[in-house]
Every structure is written in structure tokens, then in C-alpha cells.
Unconditional design. Structure first.
Lengths: 295, 427
């Protein structure tokens, strides 16, 4: 379990982290969300000791994170980078060795990961000869080669085509299923919603919302009601109490309502007297939670 | 199949558990320093640029030693035009003078003469470069130009020969050789208090000079490799991944050590080949290989690497792009160039004030000390003190440079100042 508590960091007058706290459990995947400049990258760098913190604590399995513990962590920095002229296999194995693997084990692992990620025929090509997408795959292999217990990825989905994104998602799911703690940042909320059990939303250096996605949604004071009927449903919907906001695209109404608002009468009325094309009542999406948390 | 079979069940939720490539192998504390050194040796040592630059340096050094012994001063021929009478006795004297003075028994000086009817034709031949000079009636020497650096051998020889003829006519043929001897050779015997004989000293001076040039080239050349190596790791951003696994000092020291070993390897190969060539060809008439000199040279290349590599590694961390790196390197290059020029003053006066001061300044010492040692004018206590100063300086530079490196390594905007990087060290 990775526990981050009360991180503080200033760069001159700029406050990068202002007491950020959250945790990532083994076997689970946490999506780390926040607007640009909220402190995501600084927090992730802090896990690897790349930032001298002004305050706060980082623990792995209940103990302060030390350099030996970091050997068991895998990292994909926001700014990707490998040695351009070094052969792909040699380079991935080198990072395995830097994390304490024997040379033979590192080479074996490098080859299996590169094959798994579709680079099996590019093992002896220098990184600079690979396409952008393939360089991303090699970068992922560098983060995974030593089978890390904690995987930290800064914007792993940015710049990936749909196939690459699917491979990335599969690998992350698999690592979590194999017992690793997985933490990644993203601006693609649908991807996070699809993949992650947990989220942490950081805003202006503070974590403003974190926990199990389902619980967070359930705990939201709002629900989303979507309705589309033949003809206008406006008269029907105006009878509702507790509507926070609504949109209408010409066919479908989308209402944000209080969680305790009683919508059953309206739904029953619609079901009886209108021809319903679409009807849904749900907890808010992650994107809704995000907007509420950071505004 | 009933429709209900198409509805996913909870067992479908489980993620297909892929193989764990490599397995969770036990993690030993890695020897990062060794890994970094080996990577540098492998990727750079096998690179075309290393092999080619080593080979070219070796060829140049060997060429400078071997070529003069092949084509050197075996036979020198001067082409002279003759107009009128009374020229031949002067030519005979000049030939005798030149061959009597030469220390090398293989060397021969001859004059190739061509008679002309009139002076105009002879002058044209000089102008067209067919002749070096024209001797007219034993009284005038016509040359294309006079003066210039170093004067002209043919002019000196012919003048002396003509002088000899005049002395002969004044004192008579019998006593003439004595008089000429007294006028043209050094009448006093010279006895040096330090060092071996003159020839060995000359050999040592040449090796000191060659060693100096090689030291300068190799230290500055490999310092630039270190500089660019660090900046490249920043510009291609691999540095963040490296720092996530290793400490800054391990990365800096590994790079310095790896590149220094390559430089030292090149230096040792070149100097060994050069010494063998000197022995085989007898280029400098050295009775023995001057082991003391070579040992001092190698020692100070190592110490020089320590100082200049740490500085350039730290400078590399100040820049984010290769074009900025050159600017960050400027003060360090200036220091090396200044030391190089200082060492010429030391060649002139190995025991002078500049030489003594240069011995104790760690940035100039690698260039000054091997020269003083070559001339055997470096007292042991001075040498030991200079080594101590260089080692302490390297230690201090490692701490300061390591901090500048770690401060600069993760800052990617433009070029940092030394002080900024030192203060903002994060790691």
C-alpha cells in the first residue's frame, strides 16, 4: 500500500503541493485526476524522491519510502525518454539491472515484455528507429521490466492510438490483477472510469476527492436523469422538485437532480402516457464528479 | 443456447491473468556505478567515433615520429646557378663546411650547379623556382627574396664559404682552417649540472612536448564527451527515468569514470605505440625509455581527468540543449586553453616562477607538472603536494559538481547558472 500524506512543496511563490494526501492499495488501480498544474506530476515525482518536499510523508507498506524500496517501483515519466541510439532490448534490460535484476533475468524479462507489447521483431533496433507509438511501448516495457510492486505512470494514455490504448489498458489491468498497486494520471476521464476502481482528484495542490469510484458516485448528492420521448417532455419534467440543472439537445433532456428528489411519479407518468425512446436514472459520471470537485 | 447464456456473469469480470514476464525475481541492491560505467564503455567504446578518433590520433603521432626518420636529413640538395668565374671554389668550400658540421653521419649536403651565359636567364630561373640562388662572379648572390623567418640555409652556407675563401687569402691556406673554426664553432665546452647528456635532454623535451599536446587533446576532447553525454540525457529526458532508480552522484561518477577509462585507454595505447616507435626508429637517440616521465604523464592525465570531467559533467547538467552546453563549457575550456599556453612558458623555463605557481594550481598542474618532471627540475615534495592538492580539489569538485548536477538534472527550461543549480539541488 502506498500512502501519501500531507505533501507540501513550493517553488518560489508557486504552491505546487498544499497538503496532498491519498493512498493506493495493492491489487487496485487508482486514476489520478486534476487540472493542469494541480500537482499531479510533482506528487508522482515525489514518490521517486525526485522532489525535495517541504513537508509530508510517503510510505510503502507502512514504512517510509527508501531507495531500496524504490527498486520495486516502476515509473513512466510524463516526459518520455530513452537513449535514442541504444538497442531496444539492451536498453530495457539495462533498466531492469538498474532495478536490481541479474543480467540474465533482465534480458529474459526485456525480451518477454517487448514480445508481449508487439516489439518482438525490433529487439535489436535502436530506439530512434522505432515509430512514436512503438517508442511508447518500449517506454512501458522500461517501467514494467522488473515486475514492480508499485507502478506509477504519468499520462500513459496520451498520444496512443486506440490499439495502443487498449494494450496499455490490458497491461495495467493485468498488473493490478497480479497484485501490483497501479497509479496513473490522465485527462481522459472515460478511460479512468472504465479502468479504475479508485480515483483521487487533486486541485491546487490538495486532494479534494478520493476513494472507490462507485462509493464516490453513490455518495454524490446528485443523480442524472435522462429522458427522451416522442413529443415534448418539458411539461412533465417541470413538475419535478430538486432539479439542479438541465440541458435539452432537441430530443433528449438531461437533468441533474438532487439524489433525494422523488422522480418515480414522473417516470411512471412517462411510461404510461408517452412513447419512451430513452430513459435512464444514474449516479453522476466521473466527469460530473470531477467538475464538481474542481469548481 | 438460450438468450440468458449471452448475459455476462460475474466470472467474466475476472481479468485474464497474463503471464508475469520474468517472474518476480529477487532484487539485490544493484551496483549502479558499475552498470553505468559498463554502459558508457559499451556504447561509446564500440562507437565509430571512438574507434576512428583513436586510430587517427595514433596515426598522426606515429607519423610525426616515423616519417622524419625515413625522409629526414639524409641528403639535402641545393640548386645553384653560376654566372661568370670564381664561383666553384666557394661551392667546394660550402659543401665541405656543411658536411663537416653535420652531426648525422648519414646526412649529405650537395650542390647542384648550372652555368648560365647571362645573368637575366639565371634570374628568370630563380624567379620560376628552378634555382634557389645564383652566384655571380664569386661576388654576388641573387635570391628570390631575402630574410623571412629562420633565414636561409643556402645563404648562410654560401656566405660562410665565401668568408672562408677570404680568410684563406688573408692568412694563407695553412692557417685558414683554424681561423674559420674559431669563428664558426662554439669555443667553450658546456657542462650541464642537471640531467644527462644533451641528446637525451632533447629527446625528453620532445616527449614532454608531445605528451603535453596529447594530454591537452585528450582531456579537453573527453571532457566535451562528458558534457554532451550529460546534456543528451537531459535533452532526451531519459534522465528522469535514471534518477528514479539511481542516485545523482552514481550517475555522474559512473559517466565520468566510464568516459575517463576510454580516454585513458586511448592515451595509453597512443603513448605506448609512440615509445615503441621511438625505440625502433631511434628517432630521438634515447638510451632508455624514460619510465619516470611516462609514469608522471599517465598519473597527471588521470588527475586531470578527475578535475576536468567533474566540472564538465556539472556544466552539462546546466544545459537542456546541446547548443547551450557549449556555453556552459566555455569557462572550463578557457581554463584548459590558458593552462596549455602556460605550459609553453614552462617549456621555456621549467624552473621559473610561472612553473612553480602552475604546479600548485590544480587546474594547470596536469599540463605543467609532466614538463617539469621531464626536465627533472620538480622537487619530490612539490610533486607530492601537487598530487594532494589535486586529489582534495577533485573531492571538493565532486561534492559541488554532484550538487550542481542534481540541481540541474530535472530543470529543463533554458540554461541554468552554476549558483542557481547549486541552490536548487533537489535530490
Amino acid at each position: 500500500m502506498l500512502e501519501i500524506s500531507g505533501l507540501q512543496k513550493r517553488y518560489g511563490d508557486v504552491v505546487a503541493l498544499d497538503g496532498a494526501s491519498f493512498s493506493v492499495a495493492r491489487g487496485r488501480m487508482l486514476g489520478f485526476l486534476g487540472p493542469n498544474g494541480a500537482g499531479k506530476t510533482t506528487s508522482m515525482r515525489a514518490i521517486f524522491g525526485l522532489v525535495r518536499l517541504d513537508g509530508g510523508a510517503l510510505q510503502w507498506d507502512g514504512r517510509p519510502i527508501t531507495n531500496p524500496a524504490r527498486l520495486g517501483f516502476g515509473y513512466m515519466p510524463e516526459q518520455r525518454g530513452l537513449y535514442p541510439k541504444m538497442k531496444t532490448k539492451e536498453q530495457i534490460a539495462y533498466f531492469g539491472q538498474l532495478h536490481g535484476m541479474s543480467k540474465a533475468a533482465a534480458v529474459d524479462a526485456a525480451v518477454s515484455w517487448l514480445e508481449r507489447l508487439g516489439l518482438g521483431d525490433r529487439l535489436n533496433d535502436p530506439i530512434e528507429a522505432l515509430s512514436h507509438g512503438n517508442q511508447q511501448r518500449a517506454q512501458l516495457a522500461a517501467a514494467l521490466v522488473h515486475d514492480p510492486e508499485l507502478l506509477v505512470l504519468d499520462e500513459p494514455f496520451s498520444g496512443l492510438d486506440p490499439i495502443g490504448a487498449e494494450t496499455m489498458a490490458d497491461v495495467l489491468r493485468e498488473r493490478a490483477a497480479a497484485g501490483s498497486a497501479v497509479l496513473f494520471s490522465s485527462h481522459q476521464l472515460d478511460v479512468v472510469e472504465d479502468l479504475c476502481e479508485d480515483v483521487a482528484i487533486i486541485h491546487e495542490g490538495r486532494v479534494v476527492l478520493d476513494g472507490d469510484v462507485r462509493n464516490l458516485k453513490a455518495a454524490s448528492p446528485h443523480r442524472v436523469l435522462e429522458i427522451e420521448v416522442d413529443g415534448d417532455a418539458g411539461d412533465l419534467l417541470r413538475r419535478l422538485d430538486g432539479v439542479r440543472s438541465s440541458t435539452f439537445d432537441g430530443h433528449r433532456y438531461r437533468l441533474l437532480v438532487d439524489a433525494d428528489a422523488d422522480v418515480r411519479d414522473v417516470l411512471a407518468e412517462a411510461d404510461r402516457n408517452r412513447s419512451v425512446q430513452h430513459l435512464s436514472y444514474s449516479t453522476p459520471s466521473l466527469s460530473q464528479l470531477f467538475k464538481e470537485a474542481v469548481t | 443456447m438460450s438468450v440468458n447464456d449471452r448475459i455476462a456473469t460475474s466470472s467474466d469480470r475476472a481479468v485474464a491473468e497474463g503471464p508475469v514476464p520474468g517472474g518476480r525475481s529477487p532484487r539485490a541492491a544493484p551496483n549502479v556505478l558499475r552498470l553505468v560505467v559498463l554502459r558508457e564503455l559499451r556504447t561509446r567504446g564500440l562507437s565509430g567515433s571512438y574507434i576512428i578518433s583513436s586510430a587517427v590520433t595514433l596515426l598522426i603521432v606515429l607519423g610525426l615520429i616515423i616519417v622524419p626518420t625515413i625522409f629526414g636529413d639524409s641528403t639535402t640538395t641545393y640548386r645553384l646557378g653560376l654566372v661568370g668565374d670564381g664561383n666553384q671554389p666557394i661551392i667546394d668550400s660550402a659543401t665541405a663546411l656543411a658536411n663537416a658540421r653535420s652531426t648525422d653521419s648519414d646526412a649529405q649536403t650537395t650542390f647542384e650547379t648550372r652555368a648560365f651565359e647571362d645573368i637575366a636567364a639565371a634570374e628568370t630561373a630563380v624567379e620560376e623556382g628552378e634555382l634557389e640562388a645564383v652566384l655571380v662572379d664569386g661576388e654576388e648572390l641573387v635570391m628570390a627574396t631575402t630574410g623571412g623567418l629562420g633565414g636561409s640555409d643556402v645563404q648562410d652556407l654560401v656566405q660562410q664559404a665565401a668568408g672562408t675563401r677570404q680568410v684563406e687569402s688573408l692568412v694563407g691556406e695553412e692557417r685558414a682552417p683554424e681561423v674559420v673554426d674559431a669563428l664558426t664553432t662554439d669555443p667553450l665546452q658546456v657542462r650541464a649540472l642537471s640531467g644527462q647528456d644533451a641528446q637525451e635532454n632533447e629527446g625528453r623535451a620532445w616527449i614532454a612536448y608531445g605528451g603535453l599536446v596529447l594530454t591537452y587533446m585528450i582531456i579537453l576532447g573527453y571532457a566535451v564527451w562528458t558534457l554532451n553525454g550529460v546534456t543528451e540525457e537531459k535533452s532526451n529526458r531519459v534522465i528522469e527515468l535514471l534518477l528514479a532508480a539511481a542516485k545523482p552522484w552514481e550517475l555522474l561518477a559512473g559517466k565520468i569514470l566510464g568516459i575517463s577509462l576510454l580516454g585513458l585507454g586511448q592515451f595509453l595505447v597512443t603513448i605506448t605505440a609512440a615509445l615503441i616507435a621511438i625505440r625502433v626508429t631511434g628517432a630521438f637517440d634515447l638510451p632508455v625509455v624514460p619510465v619516470d616521465m611516462v609514469a608522471t604523464l599517465v598519473l597527471w592525465v588521470v588527475l586531470g581527468f578527475g578535475i576536468y570531467m567533474v566540472l564538465s559533467g556539472a556544466a552539462g547538467a546546466l544545459a537542456s540543449k546541446p547548443e547551450d552546453a557549449q556555453n556552459a563549457m566555455t569557462p572550463i575550456s578557457m581554463m584548459a586553453v590558458g593552462s596549455f599556453f602556460l605550459s609553453f612558458a614552462v617549456l621555456d623555463s621549467p624552473d621559473g616562477l610561472a612553473a612553480t605557481i602552475g604546479t600548485f594550481v590544480p587546474f594547470t598542474a596536469p599540463f605543467v607538472i609532466p614538463i617539469r618532471a621531464a626536465f627533472q627540475v620538480l622537487p619530490l615534495w612539490q610533486h607530492l603536494l601537487a598530487i594532494a592538492i589535486a586529489l582534495v580539489t577533485t573531492g571538493i569538485l565532486l561534492r559541488v559538481g554532484g550538487r550542481v548536477y542534481s540541481g540541474g538534472a530535472l530543470q529543463f527550461g533554458g540554461r541554468l547558472k552554476w549558483r542557481e543549480a547549486f541552490r536548487s539541488a533537489e535530490l
